[in-house]
Design a protein around this ligand. Structure first.
Ligand SMILES: Nc1ncnc2c1ncn2[C@@H]1O[C@H](COP(=O)(O)OP(=O)(O)OP(=O)(O)O)[C@@H](O)[C@H]1O
Ligand SMILES: O=P(O)(O)O[C@H]1[C@H](OP(=O)(O)O)[C@@H](OP(=O)(O)O)[C@@H](O)[C@@H](O)[C@@H]1OP(=O)(O)O
Ligand SMILES: [Mg+2]
Length: 370
């Protein structure tokens, strides 16, 4: 099972996707003279989701060669790379308990340290911190200090390290307000999207440690996804969980998968508001820009997403999640923004013309560029 997941998690062949015919030959430099070489190290799923082939075609027209990295093969002969874009979250999480993943990660890290001029998007330690909600929620909880002028906050939460006894958890949650949302400690992978809503002290028996318990904030079932690509960011609206009656009640725990409620196509009882809600103001673009700037600095990352909701009572911009290299669905400018960022880290700031005809699979719906 694990082996199968890992196979899916890793590219299988050192295939050049720049449009030149180096498929199947040992991966030395592509013959596109003078071009920069960017390696992509992504799972099969991620490669399909961002439509890497279409991005490679787009880059080829701008003198940038895109190469898929096969982590199961020695990295040296696949290089050199000016930049490596990766989402090694699967491998890092599995390396906690799996020696093969540890080996893959060690090979990758040794290539990176042997090639200090290769820019990594994003650095491994920076992204690793976001794999642990205990760490990412501490970062979010500091935001109200650094962004005081913008009334940015994150909901109060508790770290639950071990099952402990129910009564100590029941005492600890007095600092929170029901309903509570319970999320796994590990923030990446399919299991991490399984969560539940707990409505009373009795419902705490449903908690599975390690996890975070967080106060649920009513926000009118609208989620604002902020997608960051280097200096640029884009806001996209998504469905979200509906409002719940504040305070404890004797409702049974509701178990759900976050992808059932906050994907563009999500529609369920959990996202349908019970009665007409007045429209909330969208988040202030200045506050979002300040939030993104602060997080870029704090995280030391260029490719991440921030999930934001607006409290229906206080209209406070409330941060509930930070994602590593998210899907950018609904951001038609993703390719040009990513290529611009790659060129800027290469010190080759040239104008990138927007994608003419983005093929299917790439993020496509309308988005607001701020
Ligand atoms: N504190 C909260 N108050 C209200 N709603 C919340 C809160 N936290 C999460 N939600 C709702 O639950 C959904 C999933 O939460 P979260 O973004 O933390 O999960 P995730 O699985 O990490 O998401 P992603 O797909 O972005 O990785 C949100 O989109 C939102 O609808
Ligand atoms: O494809 P990936 O594996 O990167 O999945 C990511 C997913 O993108 P998708 O659009 O491709 O589903 C993201 O969705 P949006 O925020 O963009 O809605 C978000 O759920 C991440 O948390 C997921 O990362 P993971 O939990 O796996 O680390
Ligand atoms: Mg989220």
């Amino acid at each position: 099972m694990e082996m199968e997941r890992r196979k899916d998690a890793l590219p299988t062949l050192p295939v050049c996707v720049c449009g030149h015919s180096s498929v199947g030959v040992p991966h030395t430099r592509c013959l596109m003279s003078g071009s920069s070489r960017v390696g992509f190290c992504l799972s099969d799923k991620k490669r399909r989701r961002i439509n890497l082939q279409a991005f490679a075609d787009f880059c080829a027209g701008h003198g940038v060669e895109v190469v898929e990295i096969d982590l199961t093969q020695p990295m040296g002969p696949q290089g050199p790379f000016d930049v490596i874009v990766h989402k090694l979250s699967d491998v890092i999480v599995e390396a906690e308990h799996d020696s093969h993943s540890q080996q893959l990660l060690a090979n990758f890290q040794s290539f990176v340290s042997d090639n200090p001029s290769t820019v990594l998007l994003d650095p491994l330690p920076a992204m690793t911190q976001l794999l642990d909600r205990f760490v990412s929620y501490r970062i979010m909880s500091e935001l109200h200090n650094s962004l005081q002028d913008w009334h940015v906050c994150s909901p109060p939460y508790l770290e639950i390290h071990s099952a402990g006894d129910l009564s100590s958890i029941q005492q600890a949650v007095t600092t929170l307000s029901f309903p509570l949302i319970c999320k796994t400690r590990v923030a990446h992978g399919s299991l991490s999207h399984e969560m539940c809503l707990i409505f009373s002290g009795g419902g705490l028996a449903d908690v599975r440690a390690p996890c975070v318990l967080q106060s649920f904030v009513n926000h009118g079932a609208v989620l604002h996804k902020v997608f960051v690509v280097g200096e640029r960011h884009f806001c996209v609206e998504r469905p979200s969980l509906k409002n719940f009656h504040p305070g404890p009640c004797d409702r049974k725990t509701i178990f759900f998968n976050s992808h059932q409620v906050s994907k563009p196509e999500s529609s369920s009882d959990l996202t349908a508001l019970d009665k007409q809600m007045p429209l909330l103001p969208p988040p202030s673009s200045e506050a979002v820009a300040a939030l993104v700037k602060e997080l870029r600095l704090q995280l030391g990352m260029a490719l991440f997403g921030v999930d934001v909701i607006i409290n229906i009572h206080t209209h406070t911009l409330t941060v509930i999640d930070i994602n590593i290299f998210p899907g950018y669905e609904g951001v038609p400018q993703f390719f040009s923004a990513l290529l611009s960022h790659i060129q800027s880290v290469l010190g080759k700031q040239t104008a990138v013309s927007p994608e003419k005809n983005q093929t299917s699979g790439a993020p496509s719906a309308a988005a607001t560029s701020l």
